[in-house]
Write a protein that binds this ligand. Structure first.
Ligand SMILES: *Cc1c(COP(=O)(O)O)cnc(C)c1O
Ligand code: SF4
Length: 529
């Protein structure tokens, strides 16, 4: 092609490219549209139908209109007797739910997974074996109020006891929700002061309560205080605000956060129903502001104790660029008895994730050590022993602890679970998960079923029936004697007599000839050598 022709072709291409309509990404959950062609929105409970959008979308309105009284919640949800009992208990853990979050609940379904996280049940008050007020011994590891210094290089900084809504299983229910136990400027200053004097701390995790419920100016002053300390490398925020109150994640907040980079954020989703279009847009803002977004889930009976729910959850998370970080075993904390699952449930979920889905979608399954040893991954090296009611674990520093399993656990009802019923088929590849879920009883290696016939060379190639002949008992008349003769013949063949009469092998260790296929041998090493 000569030069002028070439130039014409390029010009033609360029003008064609300019005419192409901009690409519309229909897969990005942050750009999801509703039937009206406007950004998708979640259901709103009828009692708030007339609230103007500007109010509904204002996080301050959401916070000041949270529901907590039996009568109020009874107008939104069809309450069960046990929920009424839970809501009227005088000494219950604080109840408060944002209008946005309570609206996501199916009012007619008492087992709704969002409902179970925020609406109390009467049985919350039942004690259980192993129950502790401060099961992670946080108070014992606090050099100043609200600062938990458990690990060598990082701290947990509790900046408030307030949250946007309250989770029934909260691990910090001993302080969370209680306005009389709140942390304020004075505590923040003491925490910062400790950090200034403690150069080994390179990572600070801001939690609570939920720091994002603080007045924006106050929260920013904490971030600034931390950033003024040169040895602090990363700041992390642990928050459930984007779940309960996605309206809070506005441009102003993101602008502010990105001034204090590197800032990471971990959210807390437990069920796919919590990932709404509002959440997708909020998380999109956070990622655009440069915060890597992670997720920590708690394994909860009746909410997410299901491989298929968890798989759907992690898929929705990665679609929203949220990286699953931890899956926590439910702590031994007051109020959480009915949420607890056996550790085997968590292992089954991990079995259902690894290999079955992207590595990005797989969290680490951890038990937060009772007594305060930090997060312990439930895997070999850390899982030391296991009985029918206790798990023995060790942490990175050699601390050994136990986790008491729940004495009763109502198994997940697969027949009633739409996630189980609509599970994605994995023809021939369900593997160990298929065994755990009872899809089949065993997996046979190739050729295994021919084990009792001679000539099986694929599996159990050393399983010659002669191996099972009871030598000297004569159970199979003649066979035993013949086998013995073979052995004796071998000894004579391979050895030579010495004056003392003991046979001396003609081969050094590892030099023996390989057994031929199908020839009986007790030594697998012989095969390898
Ligand atoms: C969870 C936690 C941390 C952070 O642990 P990572 O495993 O690094 O996420 C730090 N301090 C305390 C007290 C914690 O509970
Ligand atoms: S958001 Fe976190 S701190 Fe607040 S109630 Fe829930 S679990 Fe507890």
């Amino acid at each position: 092609m000569d030069a002028p022709e070439n130039q014409t072709a390029v010009a033609r291409q360029a003008s064609a490219a300019a005419e192409v309509t901009p690409f519309v990404n229909r897969r990005d959950p942050a750009r999801l549209l509703g039937v009206d062609g406007l950004p998708a929105i979640s259901r709103r409970a009828p009692i708030w139908q007339d609230v103007p959008d500007e109010k509904w979308n204002d996080w301050r309105w959401q916070l000041s209109n949270r529901v907590n009284e039996l009568e109020e919640i009874g107008q939104i949800l069809e309450l069960t007797d046990e929920e009424r009992e839970g809501l009227s208990a005088p000494d219950k853990f604080r109840v408060d739910v944002t209008p946005y979050f309570v609206s996501l609940i199916d009012p007619h379904d008492p087992d709704d997974p969002i409902r179970r996280q925020v609406i109390p049940l009467g049985r919350e008050k039942s004690a259980f074996t192993g129950m502790m007020e401060d099961s992670l011994a946080e108070d014992r590891h606090s050099p100043v109020p609200g600062l938990v210094h458990r690990y060598p290089d990082r701290v947990l900084m509790l900046v408030t006891t307030q949250c946007a809504s309250y989770c029934r299983y909260c691990t910090r229910s001993r302080i969370v929700g209680d306005p009389t136990m709140n942390f304020n400027r004075k505590e923040h200053e003491a925490q910062l002061d400790y950090l200034r004097r403690t150069p080994q701390v390179r990572d600070v995790l801001i939690s609570g309560g939920d720091g994002l419920t603080l007045a924006p100016k106050l929260f920013e002053s904490i971030l600034r205080g931390l950033r003024e300390i040169p040895h602090i490398e990363i700041i992390r925020i642990g928050s459930r605000v984007p779940v309960f109150l996605p309206q809070r994640i506005d441009d102003e907040l993101c602008q502010m956060l990105q001034q204090y980079h590197p800032v990471w954020i971990n959210l807390h989703f437990n069920h796919p129903n919590e990932i709404t279009p509002e959440v997708s847009r909020a998380v999109d803002k956070l990622t655009r502001a440069g915060l890597p977004v992670g997720n920590q889930s708690v394994l909860l009976a009746g909410v997410n104790d299901c491989v298929h729910i968890q798989r759907s959850l992690v898929h929705k998370l990665v679609e929203n660029r949220i990286r699953p970080y931890y899956l926590y075993q439910c702590d031994l904390v007051e109020g959480s008895g009915h949420f607890r699952t056996p550790v085997g449930k968590g292992l089954e979920i991990m079995e259902g994730l690894r290999g079955h889905t992207s590595g990005y979608a797989i969290p680490t399954y951890v038990i937060d050590a009772p007594g305060g040893g930090g997060k312990i991954p439930v895997m070999p090296n850390y899982l030391i022993s296991y009985s029918d009611h206790k798990v023995v674990l060790r942490n990175y520093e050699g601390y050994i602890t136990t986790y008491e399993e729940p004495p009763t656990y109502r198994q997940h009802d697969r027949a009633a679970c739409s996630y189980c019923q609509n599970e994605r088929a994995e023809p021939g590849q369900s593997g160990i998960l298929g065994l755990l879920e009872g899809e089949r009883m065993w997996i046979e290696p190739k050729g295994f079923s021919e084990i009792h016939t001679r000539g099986n060379t694929e599996a159990h190639r050393l399983q010659d029936p002669a191996k099972w002949v009871p030598f000297g008992v004569g159970a199979i008349e003649g066979t035993a004697a013949a086998s013995l003769q073979v052995l004796e013949a071998g000894a004579v063949d391979r050895g030579s007599e010495v004056p003392g009469g003991l046979p001396v092998p003609a081969y050094g260790p590892g030099e023996e000839p390989r057994p031929r296929e199908g020839e009986p041998t007790g030594s697998a090493h012989g095969e390898l050598l």
